[in-house]
Write a protein that binds this ligand. Structure first.
Ligand SMILES: [Zn+2]
Length: 218
């Protein structure tokens, strides 16, 4: 286990590159090569205390966030091409990372409450939340037109300290063709059913595949 207590300016790209390889190998049922690709970041656990004032993360949702339907959140991520509106970096829906954790529960830990020391840093750095552009409480609309995709970490006050100098002035370059690893998602879910353990209800991945317009494998 490696406790991660700081974020480097190339962390988003590093995690995205590695998890892209892992995802596509799992989709091909190549579990052992996927494990080898994951090795550089395997066993990492997030140890930073993140103030949750603006966070829309699982387990720490504000009342505001609960009003957003899962369907609208999926639509916002697709519309924003799985890119963070704050730092410009690549992102993924949380369900895709949960599917990877299902295959590799030790190497790529997931905790649905985002407990410090129990979850891989990629969940903070890569998972895209769909947050209200204008707060619902301030009269913002309650549909996809008022949602913006943002990394979980970029959507917190912590990001002010961690990311302002790094990313806001130099947005990460767009990667044409980036699909949030959705193409690989059904295959990863199937790999998890064959070799892994489950972190969510049996319906969880089926429901998210449907929201993203995907069909289960097999
Ligand atoms: Zn970001």
């Amino acid at each position: 286990m490696t406790l991660i207590d700081s974020v480097s300016d190339d962390a988003v790209d590093l995690y995205a590159d590695i998890l892209e390889d892992v995802a596509h190998l799992l989709a091909k049922k190549d579990v052992e090569d996927a494990r080898a690709s994951l090795a550089p970041i395997a066993g990492e656990q997030w140890a930073v205390r993140v103030p949750t004032t603006r966070t829309v993360t699982a387990g720490t949702r504000t009342a505001d966030a609960r009003r957003v339907s899962a369907r609208s959140r999926a639509e916002a991520l697709i519309r924003d091409r799985f890119r963070c509106s704050r730092c410009g970096g690549r992102g993924v829906p949380r369900c895709v990372l949960v599917a990877i954790s299902d295959v590799f529960p030790e190497e790529f830990p997931y905790d649905r409450h985002y407990g410090r020391g129990r979850i891989h840093p990629a969940y903070w750095l890569l998972v895209l939340e769909a947050d209200h552009t204008l707060a619902f409480a301030k009269g913002g609309a309650d549909d996809v037109t008022n949602l913006t995709a943002m990394h979980a970490l970029c959507n917190t006050q912590k990001a002010d300290a961690l990311l302002d100098e790094l990313s806001l002035r130099n947005p990460l370059p767009e990667r044409p063709g980036w699909d949030g690893l959705l193409t690989a998602y059904p295959g990863i879910v199937q790999a998890g059913e064959e070799v892994g353990s489950r972190h969510a209800s049996p319906r969880y991945h089926v429901d998210w595949m449907r929201r993203f317009g995907l069909s289960p494998v097999g």
